[in-house]
Design a protein around this ligand. Structure first.
Ligand code: F6P
Ligand code: MN
Length: 332
């Protein structure tokens, strides 16, 4: 196993001319923020960070204290990097500007500072998700329109998972890397390069409590998986649902499988539950870089032209054969 630290890895990339020297400060500000969040997550009630904040985010979801604390940690760290011109956070309705006393840089960062909020208070895996793009109008303070670029323009995306270990998984668009936070030294150390998702799946993840609301192609696909050996797929599948997208993606990147959060018939105007810019796009970029696939049931998630910063999207991601199958059912 290589003992390369994140800092060493990024320096090497810059040295070989494989990375803009302005990008490592952005990535390191995110991972520093995640180290602070990881520390607070591990202290839990002892740091007084559990429970509700008494506020709502733009989606009308109740904010937990740790959602708000994590957002503030991300904003502070990224602005201090000196390399961003605007931020978009799940927890903040408007695009976040860089305060006047910080320099403005070329990058835009969209993030979900704490994913899987319902797991916070019960000590189950949660994470932070980030997506970095280059501003079309660099050096100018970003407005919402600057963020409305398709996911195929991401230069770096990933997440940090706060599980039994704190791990960083990210891509620069050429493979997926995994680092573990060494609690003794406070550094992220490379543990795996080139994560690959097997083409075939043995496991699926979907919130089955919504089954009665699903659209026909999703019902058909899940019915076939549930039919097991005697059904058209002629094999048995296992099911998992952690209720934190970071944890589902983390499992799929290592062990394979498919994750779905489809749109359903409850509210036809709602395109799904998950958000395009800071949940679906970064995870789609990771999946494709690991040899997997990510669609909204109709098209590649990374090719969707966003219309607003907080827009929602249906998500099917993971093993290529499975994502192709369920996407194909939508076309029929
Ligand atoms: O951010 C939304 C999210 O918490 C995801 O992390 C997770 O996959 C999903 O919602 C869980 O949804 P549900 O509440 O339907 O289980
Ligand atoms: Mn989330």
């Amino acid at each position: 196993m290589s003992a390369m630290t994140l800092q060493q890895f990024l320096s090497r990339e810059v040295q070989f001319g494989a990375m803009d020297p302005k990008l490592p400060p952005v990535i390191l500000s995110i991972t520093d923020a995640c180290k602070t969040i990881s520390h607070k997550v591990r202290q839990g009630a002892l740091a007084g960070v559990l429970g509700m904040a008494g506020t709502e985010n733009v989606q009308g979801e109740d904010q937990k204290k740790l959602d708000v604390i994590s957002n503030d940690i991300f904003v502070e760290a990224l602005c201090a990097s000196g390399q961003v011109c605007g931020l978009a956070s799940e927890e903040v309705p408007e695009v976040i500007s860089v305060p006047a006393d910080y320099p403005i840089g070329p990058y835009l960062v969209a993030f979900d500072p704490l994913d899987g909020s319902s797991n916070i208070d019960i000590n189950v895996s949660i994470g932070s998700i980030f997506s970095i793009t280059t501003a079309v109008r660099p050096k100018r303070e970003a407005v919402e329109a600057d963020f409305l670029q398709p996911g195929n323009r991401q230069v770096c995306a990933g997440y940090v998972m706060y599980g039994p270990q704190t791990q960083l998984v990210f891509t620069l668009g050429k493979g997926v890397l995994m680092f573990t936070l060494d609690p003794n030294t406070g550094t992220f150390v490379l543990v795996q390069e080139n994560l690959r998702v097997p083409a075939e799946a043995k496991e699926f993840a979907i919130n089955c409590s919504n089954m009665r609301h699903w659209e026909a192609p999703v019902k058909r696909y899940i019915d076939e998986l549930l039919a097991g050996e005697t059904g058209p797929r002629a094999k048995n599948y296992n099911m998992r649902w952690v209720a934190a997208m970071v944890a589902e993606v983390h499992r799929i990147l290592q062990r394979g499988g498919i994750f779905m959060y489809p749109r359903d018939n409850r509210d036809p105007k709602k395109a799904g539950k998950l958000r395009l810019l800071y949940e679906a796009n970064p995870m789609a970029f990771l999946m494709e870089n690991a040899g997997g696939r990510a669609t909204n049931g109709h098209m590649r998630i990374l090719d969707i032209e966003p219309e607003s910063v907080h827009q929602r999207v249906a998500v099917f991601l993971g093993a290529s054969e499975e994502v192709d199958t369920v996407t194909g059912y939508h076309a029929q």
